[in-house]
Ligand binder design. Structure first.
Ligand code: LLP
Length: 439
């Protein structure tokens, strides 16, 4: 078993996370269950922050809450003095309910509604990351109507392709996100923004992709952006106080993945920005980053109970679990790969290769193909690693399967932070025929 954070095997041969016996947690909270190693999230957060401190760079590390958004998670981000990236009214609302300091909230999104923007003004958030001309106009109007200033970053697409899965490329020219740097739209947006009396342009934002293993993409993006900033400094007297380089730092899902330590990405990026700004005679800007996956991804595991077993002789053995694409859509959506162990028998020798099937009515609902495991029986516990990012946050109710609970494990204590959905939760929005219509 690969070593993840506090993951360990206790003397009963059970997997332990944050000092919590996974078999006991499954008995207490039921399965499927998401279990987070809180110490690992804290370690990752501190790792990023300490790298900036070590290099004496003013920074904000904003947790990209789309990776896993909940009140408790946002409170944990606050405890670790992170900032917060939200991308919708719903994430902003969750942050408010978590008591997250508004001035450290950054609001993203390629189609924010007027209502969402008004909500951001009401909350007094730290900054809006502006994605398009419509939004820029709306922010201008709202800020003038209210006489309320707003900080913005302009999200630009630098035309750099990050080496990753096609679905999650966002930094290239042909993208729905941001203002293009090459075709002049970014400059047009800056010129417009600089004329708006209540809008303060803090700087630029770019996010080149997700699950990136190399620093090359970040370095190229930084180089290109700083070149443009030097040009804008000369021609428009604009100086960027902030450079936000987004998230995207890759993590190890399986032995095939070979990411850098999170801090290593940051260190190289900072050094590049330092040399490039110096070369161009610019002030060193604050560096902001927005890690999501690399803060919570490998801190989360999903515990399933094994159920039906279908052996197709000489073809494949299917081992079904009590969850699937409803709690983790990534294998079906991205062909994402995961590792797993039998949490109640971690030390048992590997005896066979099985494929882990979900319980949804869809052939594509397979969680892991060809997983080496001890001989599994119905009623074993399967722990699937690295489901902490984009697992719960992309969970759904396909087949009306209730979403599993989330438990935080730390120092031997298991704390329920999202309760299991009930069947009543599933029908709470349903209106039976025959009721008077009220909208
Ligand atoms: N900042 C921006 C502007 C983003 O669009 C994203 C992710 C992040 C930060 C955080 O990226 P991270 O550090 O988590 O890679 N659902 C996909 C990932 C989509 C990522 C979208 N944007 C998945 O499950 O792999």
């Amino acid at each position: 078993m690969h070593k993840y954070g506090t993951a360990a095997v206790n003397d009963r041969g059970h997997l332990e996370i944050g000092g919590v016996d996974v078999v006991e947690a499954a008995a207490q909270f039921g399965t499927p269950l998401y279990l987070y190693d809180v110490a690992l999230i804290r370690e990752r957060a501190r790792g990023f922050k300490q790298t900036f401190d070590k290099l004496g760079v003013t920074a904000q590390v904003a947790y990209a809450s789309k990776a896993f958004a909940s009140v408790a998670m946002m409170q944990l981000a606050e405890q670790e003095e992170l900032s917060l990236d939200v991308v919708s009214g719903g994430e902003l609302y969750t942050a408010q309910k978590a008591g997250f300091p508004a001035e450290r909230i950054h609001f993203h999104g390629n189609n924010k509604s007027r209502e969402e923007l008004e909500m951001a003004f009401d909350a007094g958030i730290g900054c809006i990351v502006v994605d398009n001309f419509l939004e820029l106009d709306m922010i201008g109007e709202i800020s003038e109507a209210r006489g309320q200033a707003m900080n913005i970053l302009l999200r630009i697409t630098p035309g750099i392709e990050a080496h990753t899965h096609d679905y999650i490329l966002t930094g290239q020219e042909d993208s729905k996100f941001g203002f293009d740097l090459n075709n002049g739209q970014a400059e047009e947006a800056l010129t417009i923004a600089l004329k708006k009396p209540f809008v303060h342009v803090l700087g630029l934002h770019c996010h080149i992709g997700s699950q990136i293993f190399e620093t090359t993409g970040f370095i190229l993006a930084a180089e290109k952006i700083i070149g443009k900033l030097a040009d804008w400094h000369n021609r428009l007297s604009f100086e960027s106080e902030v450079l936000n380089l987004g998230g995207g730092f890759g993590i190890r899902y399986t032995a095939e993945d070979d990411p850098l330590e999170p801090a290593a990405y940051v260190e190289e990026i900072i050094r590049k920005v330092q040399t490039e700004t110096k070369k161009c005679g610019l002030k060193m800007p604050e560096i902001w980053i927005e890690p999501g996956r690399s803060l919570v991804g490998d801190a989360g595991i999903t515990i399933y109970e094994t159920g039906s077993i279908k052996d197709v002789p000489n073809v494949r053995k299917y081992l079904a679990v009590d969850g699937g694409m409803s709690d983790n859509i990534r294998p079906a959506l991205y062909e994402a790969k995961y590792e797993a162990v039998l949490a109640n028998r971690v030390n048992d020798p590997v005896e066979e290769t099985v494929s882990i099937a979900g319980k949804c009515c869809e052939s594509g609902d397979m969680l892991i193909w060809d997983l080496p495991l001890p001989k599994a029986n119905t009623g074993d516990l399967l722990a699937m690693f690295c489901t902490g990012a984009y697992g719960y946050s992309m969970a759904n109710n396909y087949n009306r399967i209730p979403r599993p609970p989330v438990v935080f494990a730390e120092k031997g204590e298991a704390k329920l932070v999202i309760r299991r959905e009930t069947f009543d939760d599933l029908i709470k929005l349903d209106l039976p025929l025959g009721l008077p219509q009220t909208n």
